[in-house]
Each structure stands twice: as structure tokens, then as C-alpha cells.
Design a protein around this ligand. Structure first.
Ligand code: WQD
Length: 338
């Protein structure tokens, strides 16, 4: 079964391509390489021992989409392609609304034209903002987004919900990711941040590699055990496997129209300092870090309640933060050798 993977050369997309092949699916990548590199295709070829079909196109290009749906007999779509830099979205909101919303609407329209039913959408826990209660469940009310990036995720969820409610023959799930970290254990694919990483783990690995002078911990005066923020860090391979389970859930649906939302996390929270200490322990090295001021927009703590994804979708995180940090370091070391 051919599955169109938009943004399939990206961090989560590329790891999902591996798990799709492992599960017997045939991924078809569409990626404009605006935030990924073609070297990812080399890594996929080495891991899989085969080529993966890849269209170097923008999924906002209607003609390209029509060509792909016509020529490849697509039977499902996993939609990763989106701009995702929180800070940049504040500076350039229209770029984010135009790209992230248009691509989702165009994909849904094209799916309807070609009778493609199954749609997995990459959403984010950012739609919860700072939740009033923890852990967050899928019933926890969304809060006004902290950034245009986060707002595009909430709006896309509503676009999908309303399209399905209008009885479009679409079966969809929105996966609300918590914090994806780590890399494929082969060390052949992983996170490729452009420029200075804004996310914690790629900054840690670059600091460990001597590429950054020190790690600044954004605030140590939060109401948490050690004063630093808490997140639910999920291994990217576990997250990739959740997408395979989501497709299987959609394949089991009898109804033509279906929509549901799942938190995809470990169900555990770790502080920034805990992550730094774990990285040092599992990789047997010392990191240089200092406490700095809070970062605007950061929520104090968020982690998932995962009963629904465990019981309804039959998926559970199996890898630990230690696994993620070991795999992230191996990937960083391979990057240095390139
Ligand atoms: C994690 C923690 C920082 C860097 C964002 C998006 C989310 C998703 C993942 C796209 C926070 C602290 C970080 C540093 C630090 N994005 N930190 N020093 O902000 O939880 O989530 O990225 O899909 O939607 O919102 O992730 O890794 O940036 O930060 O202390 O140099 O690490 O303050 O507490 P975040 P993050």
C-alpha cells in the first residue's frame, strides 16, 4: 500500500519512512527540501537497502500533487510538511499560515478527488499551551496558541475535523506529539537543525561536539523539582511507529468518515537538568552549561496522559530518554565525520 509522506525527508518524516517499510508499506516522499537535505535519502537507502521514491516538490504545488496521486496510486497520506520554528513564526506569521494551512487544505481536496481516504496529521502538544491540569488528556481544552506556529496546528485540526464532519469520505487522526528527540540507532539519520538549534537536544549534542561553547538553561525558578521546565521527551523511532499504528487504526474503520485525536508521548515528564544529567551519564562525558533567563513563550511543564493511544491505537512508547540521548549523540558524532 503506497503512503504519501509529505516532509518525508525531515526529522520525524524520515524515521517514519523507515518504520513504514518495516511494516510492509510503500512510502512515497514529497519534500521541497526547504528544511531537510538530500543526504537523508542516502541514509534511508543504507538503512533500508533499497531506494525510496522521492519527489522533490512542494506540497503546495497542486499540479505536482495531482501528478503524484495519478501516477503512484496513493492509498494514504501522512502530512508532516510544515514550517515549525516557533520564533520564526512570530516574526513571519503569514509565511506560516500560508504554508501550513494551504498545504493541509490542498492535500484534503486532492485526496477527495482521487478517492484517498486515510490521513494522518502531525499535530503538537503546543495546542494545550500551559495546561491547568497534568498530565494532559485529549479532552484537555486547547488554549490560545503561544505562537502562530502553534496556531496553525490548532487550525489544521479544525479544518480536518470540519471536513470529516461534512461527510467527506476522509478517515483522519491528528497525532499531538510531545517532544521528539533522539535518532535512528544506526546513526545514519537524525535531526538536522538549520543554523543554531532552538530545541534542547540538538543544542546539547552540538555543545558536546564542541560546536557550541555552552548550554544555557532557560530558567531555573519554575515550580518544578529542580526549578527547570518539564517536558515529555519521546524517542523519534517510537513516534515514527505511532504513525504506522495510526494507519492501521484507520484501515480498521468501517465508516467512510472518521476523525480522532491522540496524545503521542511517553506519559513521563523530565526536567531540563535531568536530561542534561542523563546525557552526561549515558555518554560518559561532561557538558558545559549555565543557568540563564527564562525563554519567552515557554510553558512550565507539560506531559501526556497516554491511556487513549495505548488502549485505542495499541501503541506505547518503548524507548527511554537514555536511549534517545545515546542515539542522538551517536548521530551527532557521525555528522562530525561527514
Ligand atoms: C525544551 C525545554 C526550554 C533550548 C518546541 C515546540 C514544539 C515542538 C518541539 C515542533 C524548554 C529548554 C531549550 C536551550 C533550554 N516543535 N531549553 N535551553 O519548546 O518544548 O517545544 O519544540 O514540532 O511544538 O513548541 O522544545 O527543545 O525548544 O525546549 O533550556 O538551549 O528545553 O526552555 O524548557 P519545546 P525545546
Amino acid at each position: 500500500m503506497k503512503i504519501l509522506v509529505t516532509g518525508g525527508a525531515g526529522f520525524i518524516g524520515s524515521h517514519t519512512v523507515v518504520e513504514l517499510v518495516n511494516a510492509g508499506y510503500e512510502p512515497v516522499i514529497i519534500d521541497n527540501f526547504s528544511n531537510s537535505e538530500t543526504s537523508v535519502l542516502d541514509g534511508l537507502r543504507q538503512i533500508l537497502g533499497r531506494e525510496v521514491i522521492c519527489y522533490s516538490e512542494d506540497c503546495n504545488n497542486a499540479d505536482a500533487l495531482h501528478r503524484i496521486f495519478r501516477d503512484e496510486q496513493i492509498e494514504g497520506v501522512i502530512h508532516f510538511a510544515a514550517y515549525k520554528a516557533v520564533g520564526e513564526s512570530v516574526e513571519q506569521p503569514l509565511k506560516y499560515y500560508r504554508n501550513n494551512l494551504d498545504s493541509t487544505m490542498l492535500l484534503l481536496e486532492t485526496m477527495q478527488q482521487y478517492g484517498v481516504r486515510n490521513f494522518v496529521f502531525s499535530s503538537s502538544c503546543t495546542v494545550y499551551g500551559q495546561p491547568d491540569q497534568l498530565p494532559v488528556t485529549e479532552a484537555t481544552p486547547r488554549k490560545p496558541a503561544q505562537s502562530p506556529y502553534g496556531n496553525t496546528k490548532a487550525i489544521c485540526e479544525d479544518i480536518i475535523r470540519d471536513t470529516v464532519a461534512a461527510k467527506a469520505p476522509i478517515r483522519a487522526v491528528a497525532l499531538r506529539y510531545f517532544n521528539p528527540i533522539g535518532a535512528h540507532p544506526s546513526g545514519l539519520i537524525g535531526e538536522l537543525p538549520l543554523g543554531v538549534p532552538s530545541n534542547l537536544v540538538p543544542f546539547i549534542t552540538q555543545a558536546a561536539a564542541g560546536m557550541r561553547e555552552k548550554i544555557t538553561i532557560f530558567g531555573s525558578d519554575y515550580n518544578t523539582p529542580d526549578g527547570t521546565c518539564i517536558r515529555d521527551y519521546i524517542h523519534v523511532v517510537d513516534l515514527a511507529r505511532a504513525h504506522v499504528q495510526a494507519l492501521r487504526l484507520l484501515d480498521r474503520q468501517e465508516a467512510d468518515s472518521f476523525y480522532d485525536i491522540f496524545n503521542v508521548g511517553t506519559g513521563n515528564g523530565n526536567t531540563v537538568l535531568e536530561l542534561i544529567k542523563t546525557f552526561e551519564e549515558v555518554n560518559n562525558l561532561k557538558l558545559n552549561y549555565a543557568i540563564g533567563p527564562r525563554r519567552a513563550g515557554d510553558v512550565e511543564q507539560i506531559y501526556a496522559q497516554v491511556d487513549k493511544v495505548n488502549n485505542v491505537m495499541g501503541w506505547k512508547a518503548e524507548l527511554t530518554a537514555a536511549d534517545s540521548l545515546r542515539d542522538a549523540w551517536r548521530w551527532q558524532q557521525n555528522l562530525i565525520k561527514k
